[in-house]
Design a protein around this ligand. Structure first.
Ligand code: ADP
Ligand code: MG
Length: 234
């Protein structure tokens, strides 16, 4: 296993069956993502982008093929193993933030840490404070989501994805609901997380500016990669 590769997808196929109808959102996809890459995934609606992110994050399972993240074979793990793996190694960022409205920013960021029984209250607080600091929201910890702008809500969501210090962040159209200025600020933040904090990011986007912020862009069409370098030779 090459240690410079964080994500190895080999012949990944996903098939959904509903009665006699079969949908194949991903077909025979082979891809390497090196450690520290900021990868943008583009493609028309329905081309399998979210499906691929969900496989990489262990939210959904491939029908066939192999998927390794950080040397661990995600495609061979049980659901419990995947949940424990994700709680440490993978943060997910959504287009519409998915913050819990009745919790403060601090409490939203703290949520993933509550799964980690070994952490004391004080250790959790220090981790939440450092994640909020990283996204520039140290002074907004006690605000509810409704008291924040969209860009700030997305920053809280990024802090929540970061708080467990995962190697990998996946983001599904993270700037899709933001105005230009807030979107640019979020892209700057994601770039900084790869360059200065060594995170690997896989980001789905429709936005050419977002893709330009990434270090590589791949295009999906009908569940397949098009015109791309599918394996990185290191
Ligand atoms: P994208 O994110 O590129 O818009 P998706 O990965 O969400 O595309 O979906 C790709 C295809 O898979 C679509 O045709 C979609 O309808 C189908 N699909 C996605 N999730 C499911 C599911 N849970 N059950 C059945 N079909 C699905
Ligand atoms: Mg999608």
């Amino acid at each position: 296993m090459n240690e410079n590769i964080l994500i190895r997808c080999r012949h990944l196929t996903k098939v959904y069956r509903k009665g006699r109808i079969e949908v194949i959102p991903l077909e025979d996809l082979t891809l390497d993502v090196p450690v520290g890459e900021f990868l943008a995934l583009m493609g028309p609606s329905g081309s399998g982008k979210t499906t691929l992110l969900n496989l990489i994050a262990g939210i959904d399972r491939p029908s066939s093929g192999e998927l390794y993240v950080g040397g661990q074979e995600i495609s061979a793990m049980t659901r419990g193993q995947i949940t424990r793996w994700r709680a440490r190694e993978c943060g997910y960022i959504f287009q519409l933030y998915h913050l819990v409205p009745i919790l403060s920013a601090f409490e939203n960021v703290e949520l993933p840490l509550l799964l980690r029984k070994e952490l004391s209250r004080k250790e959790r607080r220090l981790k939440v404070e450092s994640a909020l600091d990283l996204v520039g929201l140290s002074d907004r910890g006690d605000h509810r989501p409704s008291e924040l702008s969209g860009g700030q809500e997305q920053r809280v969501a990024i802090a929540r994805a970061l708080v467990t210090d995962p190697a990998l962040l996946v983001a599904d159209e993270p700037t899709g609901d933001l105005d230009r200025e807030s979107a640019d600020a979020i892209l700057d933040l994601l770039g900084e997380l790869t360059r200065e904090h060594g995170k690997t990011i896989v980001m789905v986007t429709h936005d050419a500016r977002a893709a330009a912020a990434a270090s590589r862009t791949l295009h999906l069409e009908k569940g397949k990669l098009v015109e791309s370098i599918e394996e990185v030779k290191v």
